[in-house]
Design a protein around this ligand. Structure first.
Ligand code: CAA
Length: 384
């Protein structure tokens, strides 16, 4: 049977970064709480001119060529920081990237989970149409609010994955299992810019959904944890992922792979829908121990709650599709002070009576939101 899976994977982050040791100092908290207790180092900070569209477009532009744009017939964008109640952010991205017109563009929502659903939708779409390509984007800006319990776990960024037949990075195994439970651990009402969070309850839900779904997965597929070289988990903050992994009784090698899989997340923070895939990118770019044929187990968790377990197999030559200087790029982002973070991350667009915005910051990124004009978002692209 033809293999289907991830052929290319791209990442976009905003330019600014806040060190958590600086945040800890400003909040009068022992820095070890953030760096050891949560196992986080820094968070990516998006200015007003960056949103899920600009970040999603940038992550996609980093991997797509003209042939891809001519064959993509579906764009699925998972997010929980939507910019419009009606128009899908994927439609803007379709336009900004110049993808051929006969494509479907949609947005999916279920907290941090929805991009994993998008990946399986892409898999099934390619199964029926092996010549087409699907662009799956996970794009989010995670804001919990100043001095909130979740503040040190914020972040911003996007992952783009091109799903095709005969993929060159990861073949999906088609063994997905899911669980839904109606709980109030984290949610964001329409009238609120920040989520409501029952923080400690959410951490228990994350782990309980993982263990119960893994028992179901094992039963259904007659597999055990030993079948996997590595486990990638949703990473709201790295310690949460480690607690989840340990609840499955991993081997020392699986714990080593986990430490490789959180390196990017520790420097970026939570990017909600993209966090699981950022962790996968970190694993395959940072691990020297993995090889083609290795099986990887994925755990996606979205509060509310829906979770999913599925697996994939690394494809021969996968390392040729990756970047070797990503940690260097992370280290070269522009550091921002706590005072500037409080301004940049939390300022909002002011709209006048006619639906026009006040001036937005000048932004040299490949894609930027430059204005709101009569309630219409206006984007600028520097890509041909
Ligand atoms: N030195 C070292 N470690 C320290 C320390 C110090 N001085 N002070 C505290 N710690 C440790 C604590 O022992 C704790 O570690 P353990 O859990 O291993 O014991 C850790 O630091 C955190 O301390 P607290 O639990 O006291 O921290 P908190 O209550 O202020 O905040 C939180 C924790 C509630 C999870 C908060 O970060 C939060 O609200 N986060 C947002 C919600 C979230 O991410 N939930 C995850 C599951 S839900 C999900 O996955 C979806 C999603 O993306 C949101």
């Amino acid at each position: 049977m033809t293999q289907i899976g991830i052929d290319k994977i791209g990442l976009a982050l905003p330019e600014y970064v806040l060190r958590l040791t600086d945040l800890a100092k400003a909040r009068g908290v022992d820095p070890d709480k953030y760096t050891l207790g949560l196992m986080q180092e820094a968070m990516a900070i998006a200015p007003l001119s960056q949103d899920i569209v600009t970040l999603g477009a940038q992550a996609s532009a980093a991997i797509l060529d003209d042939d891809d744009k001519a064959h993509i017939d579906m764009i699925i964008l998972g997010t929980e920081t939507g910019i419009d109640q009606s128009k899908a952010a994927a439609v803007y991205i379709h336009g900004l990237l110049g993808i051929q017109p006969f494509a479907r563009s949609i947005e999916l929502k279920e907290a941090c989970y929805s991009a994993a659903a998008g990946l399986e939708m892409a898999y099934n779409h390619i199964l029926a149409r092996p010549d087409s390509k699907v662009l799956v984007i996970a794009s989010d800006i995670a804001k919990y609010g100043l001095q909130s319990s979740g503040e040190p776990t914020q972040g911003a960024g996007a992952i783009a994955m091109l799903v095709t037949a005969n993929p060159r990075i990861l073949a999906l195994n088609g063994d997905n299992v899911y669980q839904t439970r109606d709980v109030m651990d984290f949610w964001r009402p329409n009238y609120s810019p920040y989520p409501q969070v029952d923080g400690h309850f959410s951490t228990l839900q994350y782990t309980d959904c993982l263990t119960t779904t893994f028992n179901y997965y094992k039963e259904k597929h007659a597999k055990s944890l030993e079948d996997f070289a590595a486990v990638c988990l949703h990473i709201p903050f790295a310690k949460q992922g480690l607690k989840g992994l340990r609840a499955l009784n991993p081997s020392p090698a699986q714990e080593e792979r986990f430490m490789e899989a959180i390196r990017y997340n520790q420097q970026v923070g939570n990017i909600y829908t993209g966090s699981l895939f950022l962790s996968f990118l970190s694993l395959i770019e940072q691990s020297k121990a993995l090889k083609a044929g290795d099986q990887i187990l994925f755990y996606s968790y979205g509060s509310g709650a829906v979770c999913e377990l599925f697996s994939g197999t690394l494809v021969q030559g996968y390392e040729n599709l990756l970047q070797s200087n990503r940690l260097e790029k992370l280290a070269n982002r522009t550091p921002i002070s706590v005072a500037d973070y409080e301004k940049v991350f939390f300022e909002t667009i002011v709209i006048d009576e006619e639906g026009n915005s006040s001036p937005l910051p000048n932004d040299p990124s490949p894609f930027a939101l430059i204005a709101i004009d009569h309630h219409k978002r206006i984007y600028r692209s520097m890509i041909d």
